[in-house]
Structures are given as structure tokens and as C-alpha cells.
Design a protein around this ligand. Structure first.
Ligand code: PSU
Ligand code: MN
Length: 303
């Protein structure tokens, strides 16, 4: 039997054809410190409700997939020590072993699809790490986008990654990368990565229809929507470049690899920039939650 529980408001929305937006939880367990992680998770859920959609934060709690967390469950997850970081490879084992953990973009897509949720908002996705030609470190998020039919809204990928290699890989995998409202792919804290997007769309309706058209064509996999951070919250790429260089060097020197690498880099950057990167991070996730809700609402209106 599938150990999966859907929160009452999410179940109701799914049953009545309402708009639901999935949210990941590795950002809660491994991406931000307490209490910023808890407050951000709540603010992101509130953005989705304000648009008229229902948020579903997804996590694994004591061996059970939770689709939608209560406030108490969210607070527990934000404070739990030793939470696992669960990607595609870990999910079945975590359920059998009764673990508690945050789901990555890949695992959240899998769980969202199991529950019938088609839209998912996050901050940044995993990708091809710098030096991947030696380490072979490529996030399982990329092949998941080619496998599971969920539209993922993000703000691009962080420059902790090799951005050109990340987007080349997505092209190889046949994943549509859509820039929202501009020609260029955004770069998380800043609006322009210097890489032209293969696709541009300017309305939630277009994105919703493209998702449905993929289903009509019988294509596997989802879409990646890259939504630029609001201008007022942007941090210049030059400001962060040395901080990122430093974090990558430190990870290399300390031999941080595999699952530990992304959380290590995120924590280093957070510490080095203190409030600045965190404030931008929160602003862009809220912005993505709003767009995710608008896409989910548009999809719910389509026949
Ligand atoms: N990138 C970010 N913030 C994050 C993550 C990535 O800017 O919180 C998290 C996401 O949950 C993503 C995961 O799915 O890290 C990728 O980890 P890895 O690189 O180990 O696949
Ligand atoms: Mn990795």
C-alpha cells in the first residue's frame, strides 16, 4: 500500500477540480536555518492562498508521504534535527525505514504526480555542478524533469552550479525551459544569466496550455518555468560571484561531495552574505508561488 496522506483542504481541491500548487521541503530541512525556514514556508503558502489556490507542502514524516502539512507539522519539520534529504533514489527506502525528511525537487515532483498535482513552485532547482567533468555531480532534478509531468516554477538555478552545462543538459533531455516575460533565463538572485531562453511565455494561460498540450502529445516529463526575481529584490551577479567562488573552493578543500554539496554551498553563501541573500531568496520564492498559483488556476479553467 502507498503510505501517502493528503491534507483535507488539498484533497477537497483535487476532488473538485480546484487549483493546487505543490511546494518542496528540502528548502525547509536543508536550505534555510530555523526560524527563517518556517516563516518562509508559511509566507509562501499564504501567497498561494491569496491568489485563490491551495498550497501543498510535501515531505516525508515517519515513513509517510504528506501532501500538505498542518502548521504543527510544518513547525516540527522546520526544527527536526537529522532530517534526511530525499531524492528519487531515497524515497522508497525512506518509506520502508520510517524516516523523516525533506523532499528535493525530484522527489517532490514524484509525490505531487502521485497525488494528481500538476504545478510546483520552488526557489532554485539542482543542476550540473561546477567541475562536473571531474566529479560527474549532476542533480537528479534534471532527469526527473524529463520523466514526470509536473510544471516546475523556479527563479533559474544558482550560480553555485555551472549554468551553461545545466541548461545544455535540459536541452538534451528534451525539457522545455521557459523564461517568463523576458528573453533571458534568470539566475536566481539576479534577473539575467546571460543565457538566452529556448522558449519565452508571457502569461500563465500559455504555460498551462503548453503543459496540457504535452499530455495530448503523449510526451513524458514536465516543463521548467524560470521566473525572474522582482527588480526591487535583485542582487547583482558581480556582488555574489566572489562569495560563490569562495564557497565552491571551501567545499573542494573539505572534500564535500554528493548529497552534502548543495546544502553546504547554500549554508556558506547564507552565512557570508548574512541577511542579503536570504531576503532575496524569500522574495523570489514568494514571487514563484504567485506565478505557480496563477498557472494552476489557469490549468483548472481549461477544459
Ligand atoms: N538549489 C537552491 N536551493 C535549494 C536546492 C537547490 O538554490 O534548496 C535544493 C532543492 O531541494 C533541490 C536540491 O532539489 O537542493 C538539489 O540537491 P542536489 O544538488 O543534491 O540534487
Ligand atoms: Mn549531486
Amino acid at each position: 500500500m502507498l503510505p501517502l496522506t493528503i491534507a483535507p483542504d488539498v484533497a477537497h481541491a483535487l476532488k473538485t477540480g480546484g487549483a493546487v500548487v505543490a511546494l518542496e521541503s528540502t528548502i525547509i530541512t536543508h536550505g534555510m536555518p530555523y526560524p527563517a525556514n518556517f516563516e518562509t514556508a508559511q509566507a509562501v503558502e499564504a501567497e498561494i492562498r491569496d491568489q485563490g489556490a491551495v498550497p501543498a507542502t510535501i515531505a516525508v514524516v515517519q515513513g509517510e508521504i504528506k501532501i500538505g502539512l498542518s502548521e504543527a507539522e510544518l513547525r516540527n519539520l522546520a526544527q527536526v534535527t537529522g532530517a534526511a534529504k530525499l531524492s528519487r533514489a531515497d524515497l522508497a527506502a525512506a518509506l520502508v525505514l520510517g524516516q523523516t525528511g525533506g523532499t528535493t525537487v525530484a522527489a517532490t515532483m514524484i509525490c505531487a504526480h502521485l497525488a494528481g498535482i500538476r504545478v510546483f513552485a520552488t526557489g532554485g532547482i539542482g543542476g550540473v555542478h561546477r567541475g562536473a567533468e571531474h566529479s560527474f555531480d549532476i542533480s537528479a532534478d534534471l532527469p526527473e524533469l524529463a520523466e514526470t509531468p509536473v510544471t516546475v516554477v523556479c527563479a533559474g538555478a544558482k550560480a553555485i552550479l555551472d549554468l551553461p552545462k545545466t541548461f545544455e543538459t535540459l536541452e538534451t533531455l528534451g525539457v522545455p525551459v521557459i523564461a517568463y516575460g523576458q528573453e533571458m533565463i534568470p539566475a536566481f538572485w539576479s534577473r539575467d544569466s546571460g543565457i538566452r531562453a529556448p522558449l519565452q511565455m508571457n502569461s500563465p494561460q500559455e504555460i498551462a496550455r503548453a503543459h496540457l498540450m504535452r499530455g495530448t502529445l503523449g510526451l513524458k516529463g514536465g516543463q521548467l518555468v524560470t521566473n525572474p526575481i522582482p527588480q526591487a529584490d535583485e542582487i547583482a551577479a558581480e556582488t555574489l560571484a566572489p562569495v560563490i567562488e569562495n564557497a565552491v573552493r571551501k567545499a573542494d578543500a573539505q572534500n564535500i561531495t554528493a548529497k552534502a554539496l548543495t546544502p553546504f554551498l547554500l549554508a556558506e553563501i547564507l552565512e557570508a552574505t548574512q541577511g542579503a541573500s536570504l531576503a532575496a531568496n524569500i522574495a523570489l520564492i514568494r514571487n514563484n508561488a504567485r506565478l505557480g498559483a496563477q498557472i494552476a488556476l489557469a490549468m483548472a479553467m481549461e477544459p
